[in-house]
Design a binder for this molecule. Structure first.
Ligand code: NAP
Length: 291
């Protein structure tokens, strides 16, 4: 039997409706609506699309949102000044500096300059530390989206073997941190799974992947995961976004893997829309914490 589809688009719509209800409750209580400020530096076509989609999602959820543009020639000081203004603005609950940044800017310096309380991407070292310590403020949007896909599809993680392919700060590493930890009242999303992270330094990567009940691919290589990586019946989550001949393609060879896997998330309409939904959820949480 072919793998069941994990419909990220459908699940993300449910989360966005929940967020919209949360926003309406806040506003009905006389609070300001949650606000997300996006910052775009230069003219990267992919970044333009990402930011447009995020702002549209904010509008549909009843959130305030702003787009601040800086030219590709802007200096790091220009961007840091803008971030300082947004940090100080009480109407802004979330700050999203769209990456990548032009070469003259240090992503690390910019991430460090965002107030951790408004860091809804959860990239700031304080938020990374809180996650690693087991009491996160925000969960990074993409791995949070994957966790929600599993939970909302009724795929248990506790006691399961999870293999994450990739160890980036944005996806692989926080994905492992979320799924390996013990659930607590501070961290109900924790997965209580046995997690292995594989990368370029891993010997016999396919064999390790075949031990996975849940296989999460965040590699950035089109169709990297083939049928021989997959234990029969495993849940396979494809985080990858690659362009092949102008067509969007994941890190999983879906055609080859679907007959083996039990569950499979598609690309597009898989993890991508979940990432946006979790960004909204984090912005709502930030506004609720701000009071
Ligand atoms: P990244 O920073 O490039 O990290 C890729 C990871 O994959 C690295 O740890 C790398 O290993 C590993 N890797 C790459 N090639 C490999 C190989 N041949 N064998 C073994 N390991 C290999 O990428 P990322 O930011 O995590 O993103 C991963 C993918 O997810 C990309 O396609 C990206 O576009 C996509 N993405 C999607 C969303 C979404 O919302 N859907 C969000 C973020 C990212 P080393 O560490 O050993 O180099």
């Amino acid at each position: 039997m072919p793998a069941q589809k994990i419909d990220g688009l459908h699940l993300s719509q449910a989360i966005r409706a929940e967020v919209a209800a949360g926003v309406a409750t806040l506003v009905a209580a006389g609070k300001r609506p949650p606000g997300l400020a996006a910052v775009l530096v230069g003219e990267n076509p992919a970044s333009e699309v990402y930011v447009r989609n995020k702002r549209k999602a904010c509008e549909e959820a009843g959130m305030a949102n702003w787009l601040h543009r800086l030219p590709a020639t802007a200096t790091q000081a220009d961007l840091l000044n803008l971030v300082a203004d947004l940090n100080a603005d009480p109407a802004v609950h979330g700050i999203l500096v769209q990456l990548p940044l032009p070469k003259q800017m240090s992503e690390k310096a910019v991430i460090n300059a965002i107030s951790p309380a408004k860091d809804v991407d959860a990239f700031h070292p304080q938020n990374v530390g809180l996650l690693a310590a087991g009491h996160p403020r925000f969960l990074p949007c993409t791995p949070f989206g994957v966790q929600q896909m599993l939970v909302r599809s009724g795929i248990p993680t506790a006691g399961k073997n999870v293999v994450v392919i990739g160890r980036s700060n944005i996806v692989g590493k926080p994905m492992a941190l979320i799924l390996m930890q013990k659930p607590t009242p501070d961290f109900p999303e924790a997965g209580n799974a046995t997690v292995t992270v594989v990368h370029r330094g891993t010997a016999d990567l396919a064999a390790v992947c075949r031990t996975a009940d849940i296989l999460i691919a965040a590699v950035g290589v089109a169709k990297f995961v083939t049928a021989d990586f997959v234990k029969p019946g495993a849940a396979v989550i494809d985080v990858g976004i690659n362009s092949v001949g102008g067509k969007l393609c994941g890190d999983v060879d879906a055609e080859a893997v679907a007959p083996v896997a039990g569950w499979l998330s598609p690309v597009p309409k898989g993890v991508g829309p979940m990432t946006i939904a979790m960004l909204l959820q984090n912005t709502l949480k930030s506004a609720m914490i701000a009071g």
